[in-house]
Design a protein around this ligand. Structure first.
Ligand SMILES: [Zn+2]
Length: 297
């Protein structure tokens, strides 16, 4: 199934304003099929693990080493990466959001520059990719290299799949009421826990929010959700493989993966794909009907 999604020009204009010149990537990195681009991101992940193993001490590694490795992995491409202390920045909800990025990604399709800015800095041209990780008191050491790898895979996926960079921002040019529907459907399908039990209700609720959007917005929203779920699956897959490499098959009992199990991303993705397929069939049917009505007149 292939749906072409292109952000509206005014979205691009808004995004362009906050992209930094220090974060530039050549087009070659981001060309190719979706499968090829995820493969490229996986290669970056594997390179990171290889170098991380050389400098890490158990689960820990220094922030400087990590930054240098990311630079080396992405070379000759450049990105301004800033490692922030998850605990300090997001103390109130750190327990829930450990290992996630809380910034808005920006992407300029025309100049292939990428960056990531926080909402409150949106107009001030400060552009860097902020990665929130648990650090020690001195903020010199990353306390969990597996989570760092997880977050890096999101970064690599974004670099290789620029469309994921505008995932949440696609709602920017919607009127407020529609943006709310867009966000509610997103939250419902990506963030809600315990999907095996609530699957039916989650789908109903998401469909309710999505029904307020036009066909195009409906499809765009589901496409954006699909990419979010995909990069989450990639990030967990890399993280779990790294843990398995270091701890063997028993790693499930060593770490708390209940959040991952509860999220059940593959099942969500299957559900979203089905919803997308249904919508596309509906749109095709509509076009077919319109065309046959025209020929009858
Ligand atoms: Zn993640």
């Amino acid at each position: 199934m292939k749906v072409v999604m292109s952000p509206k020009p005014n979205v691009i204009a808004v995004l362009k304003s906050s992209v930094s010149r220090t974060a530039k990537l050549p087009l070659a990195v981001i060309r190719g099929s979706e499968e090829f681009r995820y493969k490229k991101a996986k290669e970056f992940s594997d390179m990171l693990i290889k170098d991380l193993d050389k400098v890490s001490d158990g689960k820990c590694c220094s922030v400087d080493d990590f930054n240098n490795i990311i630079k080396k992995v992405l070379y000759p491409n450049k990105i301004k990466l800033s490692i922030k202390n998850k605990k300090r920045v997001h103390d109130s909800f750190s327990a829930v959001t450990v290992g996630t990025l809380s910034s808005i990604a920006t992407y300029d399709r025309h100049s292939t520059m990428i960056g990531q800015t926080r909402t409150d800095y949106y107009d001030s041209q400060i552009s860097e990719y902020e990665m929130y990780l648990l650090l020690d008191r001195a903020e010199e050491t990353i306390l969990d290299k597996y989570v760092a790898l997880h977050e890096s895979r999101h970064l690599f996926d974004k670099i290789c799949n620029p469309k994921t960079l505008v995932e949440r921002d696609l709602g920017i040019d919607l009127v407020d009421s529609k943006r709310e529907s867009f966000d509610s459907a997103y939250k419902c399908l990506v963030d809600t826990y315990r999907i095996p039990i609530l699957e039916y209700f989650i789908k109903l609720k998401a469909q309710y929010h999505l029904s307020k959007l036009s066909d195009e917005e409906y499809i765009n929203c589901l496409q954006c959700i699909r990419r979010s779920l995909k990069t989450e699956m990639n990030a967990y897959s890399d993280e779990l493989a790294y843990l398995k490499k270091d701890y063997g098959k028993n790693f499930w009992s060593i770490i708390d993966t209940s959040g991952y199990r509860m999220h059940n991303y593959p099942k969500r993705l299957a559900m979203v794909n089905q919803m997308l397929g249904d919508k596309l069939a509906e749109v095709r049917e509509k076009i077919h009907k319109d065309n046959s009505q025209k020929t009858n007149h």
